[in-house]
Design a protein around this ligand. Sequence first.
Ligand code: ADP
Ligand code: MG
Length: 719
Amino acid sequence: MGQIHILSDQVANQIAAGEVVDRPASVVKELLENSLDAGASRIRVEVEGGGRRLIRVTDDGQGMNRDDALLAFERHATSKLHSAADLLSISTLGFRGEALPSIASVARVTLETATGALLSHPFGDEAAERMGHPASAGTHIEIAGGKILRVEDAALPRGTTLAVSDLFFNTPARRKFLRAEATELAHVTALVTHYALAHPEKHFELVSATHTIVSAPPVARTAERIYQIFGKDTLGQLLPVAAETPLERAGLPEPPPWKKDPDAPARPPGSLRLTGFYSKPELQKLNRNSIYIFVNKRLIRDRLLLHAITEAYRNVIPPTSFPVVLLFLAMPPEEVDVNVHPAKTEVRFRQQSLVHDFVRDALRTALVAARPAAGFLAALDSQPLASPSLMPPGTSSIPGPPGADAFNAILPPGRATPFPEPDSDPIATASFASSAEPFRLTPAAPPSVPGNLPFDSRALAETSQWGAPTSARQSGIDALLPPLAAQNFESCGSLPNASGDRRADSAATALVEAEQAAATLNHLGLLKPLGQLRESFILAVGDDGLWIIDQHVAHERVLFEKILRDRQVEQIQRQRLLMPLLVELKPDQMVVFARIVAELESNGFEVEPFGPQTLAVKAAPVGLEGVELERMLAEVIDQSADEAEEPVRNEELTRLRTRIAASIACHSAIKVNTALDPKRIEWLLLELAKTSHPTSCPHGRPIALLYSWKDIQRAFHRI
Ligand code: ADP
Ligand code: MG
């Protein structure tokens, strides 16, 4: 007799369950997805014992008739997919037909479902409806460990209730892997929260045996949902983003001509659409747990998009920090393969780089356009937080590891990275300050037109300190910001059905939005400088309050963007040194140097080998001298040491360029502990206002903080 046999359905289901359900949160995920696919508008999730004892999901969706209800627990039974061709364009959250049989094989399950077909009423259907008789013909099924125990008819309202109790009761090995009740509850909460965010128009509830954790009645806009779930403070730190770009072609290859239906009209390839929220640079997190990505309303985990987000924030927040981002990407279902992972948490885009660049550019553009001002008080505690993620207030006290995200088990844990040290030691560098100042010109004040954005680059083209024509400046900024094809910005996430008692929510979100709109850096150039604080920070006043500006990082940002601009048009200003500067390098540093020398030369350096371990620097970018020059070279060489190869790809080259520009800027910028005369202060503010990211220095530290008029009044108990 042969050795091979076919596994029983029960064993096969348990194996599948290993991939689909590994903890209560994954059961909740599958049940929520089923309810959403069933068109539910109200979904209630009850959990006991962190979901280990009981998970009950009740929806008001389309329900199932008796036959379907029984079939739903068969392996590969689904109403969402018919043929392999359907796999190419999946528009439902589920499609594998695996969830219910898998769950039923490792738990005790009770299903109650009804389609809303009314029970025959003695006075007829209409009368039944008029009398608000909710009961209809329904089905009650009980299953344990994959075995059907009971099937009977029942009078039930339209919709489905699925109760899953004693998860893993028959697989003790799996049960052991479950974590503390509070941890499992945190995962469930994160999951319900995520789906609630993606569907503001639906009513979500999450209740435990003792209290309500999430209660989110329908609202019109995502902003209101964020307010409902996370509160005013979080919403206040987020800004909306919306972008759309038409696809030039479809991601799937055209079928061959003989397979094409000649009568079928050619379908346009559709478009990529993004809405969502992103954090101001001052809000920084130590891990990715606060980045939520939804593709066609499906919560996913995707390296490509994480990379795009990190790229958008490059040189705006420190490389070790992460922003808070809620992204909702919508695209034709053919553009994304969701059949990549059994738990459907990963996808593959058919046009990967297009999607990546679209997300990066949309976020970048939004960041540049918003130029949000950091509040003084907010910046005080803006050290990157290791907080688990955005969690509803009610659950923040849950003990256990910070793994509040459903994906935590998979994502690398957040490292406790300290906030980067200031990149120059004020005391050590103060003595070089006067020799390193690159100021020469003082610009005429621009015509300030009240109500106009003062720093429209066109308005200032003639008065530019650097004499760079507008086009050069624009293309310089483009180096930071690749052009975004055909973008339509529009109001974010608006859905048409606002009504009734949501007015309070709308008022609160409107208030937050108004505050967000007020505090931008667009007015920097119109501020009235008062002077310096300890010769290090510039104090200035404007209508919106008192500004404190870090002179070193402000100048650093100005220089950084100028260097990138000049580099792009190959107009770096260099200066010959009177005496060549000799720099000693270790052999491994020499190797790195050889790799980056060409790019250094394009940045104004003229460097020649002078013996086996010594370099002679003959010329350097204007403003970079002496010890600072030596430090800058050492810094760039060290920072480039990790990259193994010569920069060949565009991305590597851009990284190197950015690194060099940031380093030159840092080492030639005005230092702290340097007296500045009023004209210079004025000039610095004007130049800063013209940059695309006046918010933070290339290393991510804040530049200008606003002590808002409102905060001042509050602090003096005037309001
Ligand atoms: P899938 O969602 O991949 O189709 P499932 O095992 O999750 O597979 O569900 C099997 C089928 O049961 C679904 O295709 C759907 O027709 C039905 N079903 C499951 N849950 C619900 C629900 N809450 N409301 C209505 N129908 C449901
Ligand atoms: Mg499903």
